[in-house]
Ligand binder design. Structure first.
Ligand SMILES: NC(=O)c1ccc[n+]([C@@H]2O[C@H](COP(=O)([O-])OP(=O)(O)OC[C@H]3O[C@@H](n4cnc5c(N)ncnc54)[C@H](O)[C@@H]3O)[C@@H](O)[C@H]2O)c1
Length: 272
C-alpha cells in the first residue's frame, strides 16, 4: 500500500540490479514508475512486468535528462521521487590507482564515464528537478553513491573518487534545498548481488564480490530496495544498507592515518 504522497517515480539504472528492485518495490506500492536505462530492451522488460514506462536514456547526457523530465511530467504529472541510481565501476587495472588503466591507454578512458555517470548524472537530474520541486514545495531526490563514497573501494580509484563526489553533491543539495521541502537521500551500500559484482540478475548465487567489498556479506537487491524506499520516505539523508559502515566511518574520522594503515593491511591481505 502506498500511504505516502509518491505517485510518480523515476528510477535510473532501472533495468538491472538495485534499480530494478527499486522499480518493483515502488510499483508494488502503487507508484507509476518510469524505468530509465541505457539498456533499452531490459528496461522494456522491467516496465512491462510492473506496468510501468520504459525510457532509453543515457543519464550522463544533460539534454536527454532534461527532455526526459519534461516529457514524463507532461504525460504523467509531477515526478515525486527521482532516484539517480545508475552507476559504473571499471577497476583500476594493472597500473593501479595512479592512472585508472593509464599505461599505454588514454588516462581518461575510465575516469570520464565514471565522472559523467556517477556524478554528473546526479547534477543533471537535480538541475531538471529542483526548480520544479521548489515550485511544488517538495519532492524526493535519492542518489545512489556507495560505501566507497564514504570509505574506499580497494582497486578502483575512479569509483572511490566519484562516489565521494556523489556524496558531497548530495550533501550540498540537502543543505541548500532541504528546508524548502526537498528531501535528499544518499545511498551508501557495500556489496549487493548484482551484475556490478559479477552476479547475474535473478541468480540465487551469492558468490561474487571483489577486492574485499563483500567483507560484511552480500545483500540481495530486494532487501536493499526496501531499505532505500523506507528510509527515503522517512526523510533520512544517509541510507546505510550495511550498518557496519557507520562504525568504519567513525573510525576513519577519528584517526585518518590509522585508517589508511588499516586499509593498506587489508589490501595486502586481499592481494596475498
Ligand atoms: N552492487 C553493489 O555491490 C553496489 C555497491 C554500492 C553501490 N552500488 C551502486 O548501485 C547502483 C546500481 O548498481 P547495481 O549494483 O544495481 O549494478 P547493475 O550493473 O546491475 O545496474 C546498473 C544499471 O545502470 C545502467 N546504466 C549504466 N550506465 C548508464 C547510463 N549512462 N545511462 C543509463 N543507465 C545506465 C546499467 O545499464 C544497469 O542497468 C550504482 O550506482 C552502483 O555504483 C552498487
Amino acid at each position: 500500500m502506498n500511504d505516502s504522497k509518491i505517485k510518480v517515480a523515476v528510477v535510473t539504472g532501472g533495468a538491472h540490479g538495485i534499480g530494478r528492485a527499486l522499480c518493483r518495490r515502488l510499483a508494488k506500492d502503487g507508484v507509476t514508475v518510469v524505468v530509465v536505462d541505457i539498456d533499452e530492451a531490459a528496461a522494456a522488460t522491467v516496465a512491462s512486468e510492473i506496468d510501468g514506462i520504459a525510457r532509453a536514456v543515457d543519464v550522463g547526457d544533460n539534454q536527454a535528462v532534461a527532455a526526459l523530465v519534461e516529457e514524463v511530467e507532461r504525460a504523467h504529472g509531477p515526478i515525486d521521487m527521482f532516484i539517480s541510481n545508475a552507476g559504473v565501476g571499471f577497476g583500476d587495472g594493472a597500473s593501479g590507482a595512479i592512472s585508472a588503466e593509464g599505461g599505454l591507454n588514454p588516462v581518461d578512458d575510465r575516469w570520464e564515464p565514471s565522472w559523467r555517470i556517477n556524478v554528473m548524472a546526479h547534477v543533471y537530474a537535480a538541475r531538471a528537478m529542483v526548480p520544479r520541486m521548489l515550485e511544488r514545495g517538495g519532492g524526493h531526490l535519492v542518489n545512489t553513491a556507495s560505501a566507497a563514497g564514504l570509505l574506499s573501494q580497494i582497486g578502483d580509484s575512479a569509483y572511490s573518487a566519484t562516489k565521494h563526489a556523489a556524496v558531497a553533491f548530495a550533501e550540498s543539495l540537502a543543505i541548500e534545498y532541504g528546508e524548502a521541502g526537498i528531501v535528499v537521500s544518499v545511498v551508501c551500500p557495500q556489496a549487493v548481488a548484482t551484475r556490478m559484482i559479477g552476479i547475474e540478475d535473478d541468480s540465487d548465487s551469492m558468490e561474487g564480490g571483489f577486492r574485499g567489498n563483500d567483507v560484511d556479506g552480500i545483500m540481495k537487491p530486494e532487501a536493499v530496495a526496501d531499505i532505500i524506499v523506507e528510509q527515503a520516505l522517512g526523510g533520512h539523508f544517509l541510507i546505510l544498507t550495511h550498518p557496519e559502515v557507520a562504525t568504519y566511518v567513525q573510525r576513519k574520522a577519528s584517526d585518518h592515518d590509522r585508517w589508511i594503515k588499516g586499509m593498506q593491511r587489508f589490501r595486502n591481505r586481499l592481494l596475498s
